[in-house]
Design a binder for this molecule. Structure first.
Ligand code: NI
Ligand code: MN
Length: 235
């Protein structure tokens, strides 16, 4: 068989907690940068280089902590809800972020990011109002990747599930949906591949990801892939 994915490889890397990097066609798209105070991350923020865009799902520290340092050093375009984009410019000198809102699509030279709802809160680290929490459907190199962000289960997820090649869903419970609700989400989303996130960073969100993967395999049509922090998956 010839290499069926030549020219359109998409690689996702997990840095622990909810921090992900998408790489495709020499572009790097970082999601929810949380490195230096992330006990699960194998690298520090200073190790991240050549980042084109940074997507921020919401304002909590465990999703935004290292955004400004990396964005300013790499001259990456930050894409976030309007209130967070403005806050990053005012408080952290972020140049020309894309402030958007739920339902909108941001266009970049690597592809697009559609902002979709998430069921969560979104205060910023200094107490500022951060707008609504969100997720993203990233379209890059012909693939559709759903990053749910922090969210509980909500039935409108059924509307996102037309054509997902990959979904990244929280399973940690307590702050987000837990393993059982994530399986319901997977049934609705019907992604080809699903990866767990937002778990095992700290004791309150410890989960058995192998048991979760078995449950996904037995109850859904999706393939569960469990990464360790620092590992990548290519599709
Ligand atoms: Ni959160
Ligand atoms: Mn979180």
């Amino acid at each position: 068989m010839p290499n069926q994915s030549s020219g359109s490889d998409v690689k996702v890397t997990w840095y622990g907690h909810s921090t992900w990097m998408i790489e495709s066609n020499n572009h790097k798209i970082l999601i929810d940068p949380f490195f230096n105070d992330n006990p699960a991350s194998p690298v520090k923020a200073a190790d991240i280089e050549g980042c084109d865009s940074i997507l921020v799902t919401h304002g909590h520290f465990d999703h935004i902590a290292d955004c400004a340092e990396i964005a300013n050093r790499c001259q990456a375009t930050v894409i976030a809800i309007y209130e967070i984009a403005n806050w990053l410019t005012e408080k952290h000198q972020i140049q020309d972020p894309i402030g958007m809102n739920i339902g909108g699509t941001a266009k970049q030279d690597w592809g697009t990011a559609k902002m979709v709802p998430a069921l969560h809160s979104s205060g910023l680290p200094d107490g500022s109002y951060g707008g609504e929490a969100a997720g993203f459907i990233v379209s890059v190199s012909g693939k559709n990747l759903y990053f749910a962000g922090d969210t509980g289960l909500f039935s409108d997820m059924q509307l996102f599930g037309n054509d997902l090649d990959l979904a990244v869903l929280p399973i940690g419970d307590l702050f987000t949906m837990g393993p059982e609700d994530s399986v319901q989400a997977i049934e609705w989303l019907n992604p080809k591949i699903v990866l767990p996130t937002h778990y095992n960073t700290w004791p309150p969100i410890e989960q058995d990801s192998d048991a979760w993967a078995q449950s996904v395999q037995s109850k859904t049509n999706s393939k569960a892939v469990v990464l360790r922090p620092g590992e990548s998956y290519s599709l």
